[in-house]
Design a protein around this ligand. Structure first.
Ligand code: CA
Length: 474
């Protein structure tokens, strides 16, 4: 009798485990709202795999990255909490900065680990970690100290594998030192030579023979292998695939060079599409695609001319391609081009194919949505800005928006609040790119004019902050 009872428990547990969906969250870096064909019929860049993904699942038209730059978006995505509640009110972390996610903060990865998930972060981290140094002082680098004082023979602490991931592989930031892959908490090879300049515009230690062109293919191969291996274990899995493209350095592999009409940037986006296709194929081959929730999105809008040449506005003139689509603004800006991004979700077992949703969502919602999928009761100390988007994904009819309001966070710490058809930018302008920002010809084309009623805006702001203090950023 006892044996039969035990047997039943085992069967029930197995059934439950197989019900838990795998989750693959693919975050592109600086991909604009208008870069994909499924978002912009006039896009000049072929993106067949991502267009197909949209057709196989739900495509959101009003999805927002929590910030218009990397670090704060990534913080909010992994914790369900806006980054402006941390020490980071503006800008992003530097190459040697300490971790932004506190050790005792519940992350989406740690929550999934509690539910028996295998978890991996592959790609860009950009949330800080702690390095051991030869002199016991804080890590430093730069022109005067190109090899830094970091002791790379020692493990790196408080990085991804200390924040909810069983496994990490990637470049912490592709355009920051150390220039090498990191596997879990160790560099792959020792970065013993100084970076050569050129595309490496932040000097620092590099492993010999490091090639920027190898980063995206390296991440792709590792993700494919991890999916294939983890699928064999029958454990549910969570892969956070944080791609380094099409962010600077724009370095398409030779087989993609010249394949689009939008220069190196277009070729790199095309390669990004190919990389996503490899991951989707791995899910298919492993027989897990039907019960895997795949989300594809971007961490902020498209880059202006600067490190990336030509940038978003110059590509309009040179190639007739609009990376921001018809939105105003680009990466960094509080305007929509800074943070309204492509967002697709595919889960064949649960999400209807070919559906377009106009629900407003933000990447900060990921954690509450995953908690809802698992029936996980989030404590008050976790994911305080995260809203469960499962009703939208499941196509439930609603009369009211799921999100009450959404806070936007620009590169230099300008804030905006969005509610329904209204957005209030708490600054004289949504621009955060200065001289590299919106060009005069575009202002003229669109008929943009300076706002003439700042007093009225200020009044609205006070009213909002009084009524909804939880959204107050000052
Ligand atoms: Ca970015």
């Amino acid at each position: 009798m006892a044996a039969i009872f035990l047997c039943c428990i085992v069967i029930v547990e197995t059934a439950r485990a197989s019900d838990k969906p795998n989750i693959v969250y693919i975050l592109a870096d600086d991909l604009g709202y208008g870069d994909l064909g499924c978002y912009n019929p006039e896009s000049k860049i072929p993106t067949p795999r991502l267009d197909q993904l949209a057709n196989q699942g739900m495509r959101f038209t009003d999805a927002h990255s929590p910030s218009a730059v990397c670090t704060p978006t990534r913080y909010a995505l992994l914790t369900g909490r806006y980054a402006w509640r941390t020490r980071l009110q503006r800008n992003v972390l530097g190459p040697w900065d300490k971790p932004l996610i506190a050790a005792d903060r519940l992350t989406v990865g740690a929550m999934l680990q509690q539910h028996g998930y295998a978890t991996a972060c592959i790609g860009k981290w950009h949330l800080g970690q702690n390095y051991a140094t030869h002199d016991g002082k804080p890590p430093v680098g730069g022109v005067k100290n190109p090899l830094s004082n970091v002791d790379f023979t020692k493990p790196i602490s408080d990085g991804p594998i200390a924040r909810g991931f069983d496994h990490y592989f990637g470049t912490i930031v592709p355009n920051y030192p150390p220039y090498c892959f990191i596997n879990d908490d160790r560099t792959v090879g020792l970065p013993t030579v100084p970076s050569p300049g050129g595309l490496f515009n932040i000097p620092g230690p590099m492993v010999p023979e490091w090639k920027l062109e190898d980063i995206l293919p390296g991440l792709t191969t590792h993700a494919v292998e991890w999916i294939e291996e983890t699928s064999q274990t029958k454990k549910p899995f969570f892969l956070y695939l944080s791609l380094t493209s099409p962010h600077y350095p724009v370095v398409p592999s030779s087989e993609f060079v010249g394949k689009t009409q939008v220069g190196a940037y277009g070729d790199f986006v095309y390669q990004t599409d190919w990389s996503v296709g490899q991951v989707l194929d791995a899910l298919e081959r492993s027989g897990v695609a039907d019960n895997t929730l795949v989300i594809f999105t971007s961490d902020n809008g498209a880059e202006v001319t600067g490190e990336v040449k030509p940038g978003v506005y110059d590509r309009v003139q040179k190639f007739g391609h609009r990376s921001s689509g018809n939105l105003r603004g680009a990466k960094r800006d509080a305007w929509e081009g800074g943070h309204r991004v492509p967002f697709m979700a595919r889960w064949p077992n649960k999400i209807k194919a070919g559906v377009v949703s106009n629900e407003t969502t933000c990447h900060v919602d990921f954690m509450a949505t995953v908690a809802a999928i698992l029936g996980h009761d989030l404590p008050d100390s976790a994911a305080e800005d995260s809203v469960n988007m499962l009703p939208a994904l499941l196509g439930e009819e609603r009369n009211t928006p799921i999100r009450e309001a959404t806070v936007h966070h620009s590169a230099r710490g300008k804030f905006a609040i969005r509610k329904g058809d209204w957005v209030l930018i708490d600054a004289p302008s949504g621009d955060d790119n200065g001289g590299n920002g919106e060009p005069e010809w575009l202002k003229k084309e669109r008929g943009y004019a300076p706002h003439s009623m700042p007093g009225e805006l200020e009044e609205s702001l006070r009213k909002i902050q009084k009524r909804w203090p939880q959204y107050s950023w000052r």
